[in-house]
Design a protein around this ligand. Structure first.
Ligand SMILES: *Cc1c(COP(=O)(O)O)cnc(C)c1O
Length: 443
């Protein structure tokens, strides 16, 4: 054992082997040290009784390369799910990013009032655009919609009761649960009604001197069918006004233009919800709105002013990266230039167009058929609402194909034991690569 330990290389000498030429010495030292220590431990516990210097060099080199390989990397979404939660929800268009990068890569007027030569307000930048788009008195943008919910509750409902329907105590995933978020914010949850049915009188009966807010939460990722009833926001708003309480609608997602495939007939657009003149609403920036991760709060000016005074805002504030991208998305909305909003662009692509694209791909690949399929929006939006899409159905064992494509960064889906590449979310510039992988895999 002692002999073996003596054979372990000295770190200073080891990192200067010609095999390591061109590699960063400091990083190399870190990795080599770890590997040598590992060997030493294994020798001491008798797990190994020999080692080879060559193998050690190879291992260190491999570790070095592994570490510098990109961890975050692009994938091709052939699932058809546009707002895929695990694959980054909304995409940002190159043009929007180009415009935003001018600000991100330079000093800017983020908090500088150029006209007066003094400190400015970071939240001013998107506020004019958003107010125009939504037609509300004031807005505030925070890190994400979870932050928005937290900030609203902490600001207005600390140690006070907030009335919420039992049918709306949702879990979004990633451990965001309305009851827990409420508890953490300091608000007291007063749950009313039953899981499947809540009536307006349930809200009214539970109003007392400690009530401060009636809150509605969008059932983002499930729906209640059969013997069920919920109160629409307009009525909740009226009841809140009658008792001089605040009303707040956590929309989760939230969208601007009427959606295709009749998807709008069960979900109201933001504009419709705003017609009832709510105290406050909030929604995600990167769900149906199709922009960067953010939480958008909109409503009464005096309430937004109070939110801005909460110390917590500092912890939830957004960076120039968020603000500059968001500004460009909102401008695209103002000009109805939906080409700049990939989420909407993909959702609005017609079946005819998808079929044309699929046929062009299928022509180049032996062993696949163009099929009509259905897909979902995903990302905790439009629960249980499927809509049509077009896919390539590949010949072969579905699970084997799924793995082979996944290893090549193409994520498809299996349906009825068939492997499908839904073309709706495959970007035009990715098509050539998809064809080349399909050819190899199917051979
Ligand atoms: C998605 C969602 C949230 C959380 O929004 P993030 O932007 O993901 O933080 C909160 N409430 C509802 C109802 C949601 O659907």
């Amino acid at each position: 054992m002692k002999q073996l330990l003596k054979k372990l290389p000295k770190i200073d000498k080891f990192i200067n082997y010609p095999d390591f030429n061109g590699l960063n010495k400091k990083l190399l030292t870190k990795i080599a040290k770890e590997q040598i220590e590992h060997l030493r431990a294994n020798i001491l516990t008798g797990k190994i009784d020999s080692f080879s210097q060559d193998k050690l060099i190879k291992m260190v080199k491999k570790e070095y390369q592994e570490l510098l390989k990109p961890s975050l990397k692009p994938l091709i979404n052939a699932t058809g799910i546009i707002l895929h939660t695990n694959m980054g929800r909304s995409l940002i268009s190159k043009e929007v990013l180009d415009r935003a990068s001018k600000v991100i890569c330079s000093y800017s007027n983020l908090e500088y009032n150029q006209k007066e030569g003094r400190r400015g307000e970071r939240y001013e930048h998107v506020s004019k655009h958003l107010k125009t788009l939504l037609g509300v008195e004031d807005v505030l943008v925070v890190n994400n919609n979870a932050s928005a919910v937290f900030l609203v509750l902490n600001t207005f409902a600390k140690d006070k009761e907030v009335i919420v329907s039992r049918g709306e105590l949702v879990e979004i995933g990633g451990s965001f649960r309305i009851p827990e978020v409420m508890a953490n914010s300091g608000a007291i949850l007063k749950e009313v009604g039953a899981t499947n049915k809540t009536k307006l009188s349930d809200y009214e009966c539970n109003i007392n001197e400690n009530s401060t807010m009636l809150m509605k939460v969008h059932k983002s990722n499930y729906s209640i069918e059969g013997f069920s009833a919920e109160v629409n926001f307009n009525e909740i708003k009226k009841l809140a006004t009658k008792y001089n309480l605040l009303d707040y609608y956590d929309l989760g997602s939230g969208y601007i233009p009427t959606l295709p495939f009749n998807l709008s007939n069960q979900e109201e657009p933001i504009s419709k919800i705003l017609q009832s003149n709510p105290s406050l609403i909030s929604f995600s920036g990167d769900k149906l709105f199709g922009s960067v991760q953010a939480g958008i709060i909109a409503g009464k000016k005096e309430l937004i002013t109070k939110l801005k005074k909460n110390q917590l805002l500092r912890m939830l504030r957004v960076d120039k990266i968020t603000l500059s991208i968001l500004e460009e998305t909102i401008k695209a909305y103002l000009e109805e230039n939906y080409k700049l909003i990939p989420t909407l662009n993909m959702l609005f692509t017609s079946l005819e167009e998808l079929e044309k694209r699929a046929k062009t791909l299928a022509k180049q690949i032996d062993g696949c058929q163009v099929v009509q399929t259905t897909t979902f929006m995903g990302g905790g939006t439009l629960p249980n609402r499927s809509f049509p899409s077009i896919a390539l159905q590949l010949n072969g064992k579905a699970t084997t194909l799924e793995k082979a494509f996944r290893e090549k960064d193409i994520i498809g889906r299996i349906e009825d034991d068939k492997f499908l590449l839904d073309v709706r979310c495959i970007l035009p510039e990715q098509e050539e690569y998809v064809v080349s992988v399909a050819k190899k895999v199917l051979k």
